[in-house]
Design a protein around this ligand. Structure first.
Ligand code: COA
Length: 318
């Protein structure tokens, strides 16, 4: 069975920058607090919708793969901030990129969404159901932030990252993955009143709520443990990992996870200073930048790990 491979990648970061200093004017915070507690310096804010960011990243990935959009069989958008509940962001992307033959669906596993999508796309290709998939992580998170709440508003940003996966007839690709969830911890990171339980009304929007320190602890455990389990499933050791690409939620979470795994900074991809936490978009954006920076050589072993609302977590050895 030919291994599905990533044959193209792309990203879209909206040009408007919201710096830590800008946030000082919006909420009771300081550049120093945000920098030292999170590692973030700035994030992007989008004036267009999630599907626009997703389509821009998707077009770049298609160009990199040298693939016409009509060649796609499936578009998956991993997002928890779609333009609308119906139609899916993926259906809007299908139309925007001209993927006329493709099925389209959104996937919501919060910040773990891209790795969940990678597993779904890989397994559908291996099953022979589809041959070419455009997988995008895209978010417009600032819409769901309360800029008077300093505990959440400083952490998140907007953006999109995309990959094309194709049946490639070679070895490699996704060697092992793990997807996990603990719904009993749903309330520690959520956006209440953003669905059938109701909406806050026209004066207010639904807002991200989070128990930061609890999420922090769970994140370090979940990302470290699931990364170890996927390596074990793949029959590989930590010494063979070329690059660890974790979800970009907090530099201290990444450093604590890397310490648990015994990985030094040269083997860990970090770009959150520029973008903050872009949820499902964070890993594909980091992957695209690692590729652009020449940090991913042919045959490299990548380990991806994420956690997010749900709680969900996921890891992949690729
Ligand atoms: N600016 C200034 N002070 C702030 C602040 C901000 N933006 N946010 C919180 N504080 C204050 C708190 O009020 C608290 O003050 P107090 O000691 O007077 O009560 C103090 O800083 C420490 O707060 P705490 O929440 O314990 O800080 P922390 O070191 O745990 O850092 C987070 C807070 C949110 C950065 C951290 O817990 C975190 O990153 N958690 C995970 C979040 C995450 O990854 N979410 C997304 C998951 S996908």
């Amino acid at each position: 069975m030919p291994a599905p491979l990533i044959t193209g990648w792309g990203k879209c970061l909206p040009p408007a920058v919201l710096s830590n200093t800008d946030l000082e004017a919006l909420t009771d915070t300081t550049d120093d607090w945000i920098s030292t507690r999170t590692g973030m310096k700035e994030r992007r804010v989008s004036h267009v919708e999630t599907s626009d960011l997703a389509a821009a990243a998707g077009r770049e990935a298609l160009a990199a793969a040298g693939l016409d959009p009509e060649g796609l069989d499936l578009v998956i958008v991993a997002t928890c901030t779609p333009d609308r509940l119906v139609p899916s962001a993926a259906a809007l992307v299908q139309q925007k990129v001209g993927a006329t033959r493709a099925a389209a669906m959104d996937l919501n596993a919060a910040c773990s969404g891209f790795i969940y999508g990678l597993a779904v796309a890989d397994q559908m290709i291996r099953a022979g159901a589809v041959r070419r998939v455009l997988l995008i992580g895209a978010e417009k998170l600032h819409f769901f932030l309360d800029f008077s709440d300093r505990a959440t508003s400083v952490l998140f940003g907007d953006g999109a990252g995309a990959v094309v996966l194709e049946e490639a007839g070679e070895d490699g690709g996704l060697l092992a993955f793990e997807l996990g969830a603990d719904g009993t911890a749903a309330e520690i990171l959520c956006i209440p009143q953003s669905g059938t339980e109701g909406f806050p009304g026209t004066e207010r929007r639904a807002r991200v709520q989070m128990e930061g320190p609890t999420v922090f602890r769970r994140a370090v455990e979940a990302m470290g443990d699931s990364a170890l389990r996927v390596l074990e499933k793949a029959g590989l050791g930590l010494d063979e990992v070329d690059l660890f690409i974790p979800h970009q939620a907090n530099l201290r979470i990444i450093e604590a996870t890397a310490r648990r795994l015994g990985l030094d900074a040269s083997r860990v991809m970090v770009n959150l200073a520029a973008y903050g936490n872009t949820s499902a978009a964070s890993i594909p954006i980091a992957l695209a930048e690692a590729l652009e920076q020449g940090r991913v050589r042919p045959g490299a072993l990548l380990v991806l790990a994420a956690f997010g609302g749900g709680l969900t977590w996921a890891a992949a050895a690729y």
